[in-house]
Design a binder for this molecule. Structure first.
Ligand code: CA
Length: 225
């Protein structure tokens, strides 16, 4: 089932949108503020994001800019004024569509459906590797049939290990690959993320421990038993 994230601070508009999405068989989650929505998007992949431009904490534009640093999820903007439309169109924010308020929720749902159709027709092939499937375009990884709810760094860490199954990566190499943009972090960051990653893999398959520790050398990934 497709998952839609709605970010809109006006409850009456949000309620109408959520109702229309759910009536059309879509799964919808709602946030009143931008920051918590962004945190949710980092933790969990969605299929489409509906994003109000005028939010109380950060603007929809800023949210979209930050979102594009880690996700290519289609974004449909809800705009209030013509001036905002100009910016949506003009700023190359990575918006995929927009509707101007007041709008009909059914029209919005039709736009969302169009984004979903396009996404599925250009769907990136999954790179299969044993128990893992890697959706490079969608930046998500499936393990034994379940999509893993990974944070950005957990995803990048697993993606690096998955790139060369069985190869041992030192902590230093993993730091270089994964934490390139966060130079102040210490070595232990790798261990901490391996720990949370293992916990998430165990939630899918309690008996399995595909991440192997090589004492004094680093980590590797075993993609099948
Ligand atoms: Ca608003």
């Amino acid at each position: 089932m497709s998952r839609i994230l709605v970010v809109e601070d006006e409850s009456t508009i949000a309620d109408a949108v959520l109702y229309a999405l759910r009536a059309d068989g879509l799964q919808a989650e709602h946030f009143l503020l931008g920051r918590p929505a962004l945190a949710r998007l980092r933790a969990q992949p969605f299929d489409v994001v509906i994003l109000d431009v005028g939010l109380p904490d950060i603007s929809g534009f800023e949210l979209c800019r930050e979102l594009r640093q880690f996700s290519e999820v289609p974004v449909v903007f809800l705009t209030a004024r013509d001036g905002e439309v100009d910016r949506v169109v003009g700023l190359e924010l990575g918006a995929d569509d927009y509707v101007v308020k007041p709008f009909s929720p059914r029209e919005l749902v039709a736009r969302v459906r169009a984004r979903l159709r396009r996404a599925s027709s250009t769907q990136h092939a999954l790179r299969e590797s044993g128990d893992f499937s890697h959706d490079l375009g969608g930046q998500r990884i499936r393990y034994r049939g379940a999509w893993l709810p990974l944070t950005r760094y957990e995803y990048q860490l697993l993606a690096v290990l998955l790139g060369r199954p069985g190869a041992i990566f030192s902590r230093e190499q993993l730091m270089d690959h994964v934490w390139r943009d966060a130079p102040e972090t210490v070595d232990r960051t790798v261990d901490t993320h391996v720990k949370t990653l293992r916990a998430k893999l165990r939630q899918v398959a309690g008996d399995a421990d595909p991440i192997q520790t090589h004492r004094g050398q680093g980590y590797s990934l075993k993609t099948s038993e």
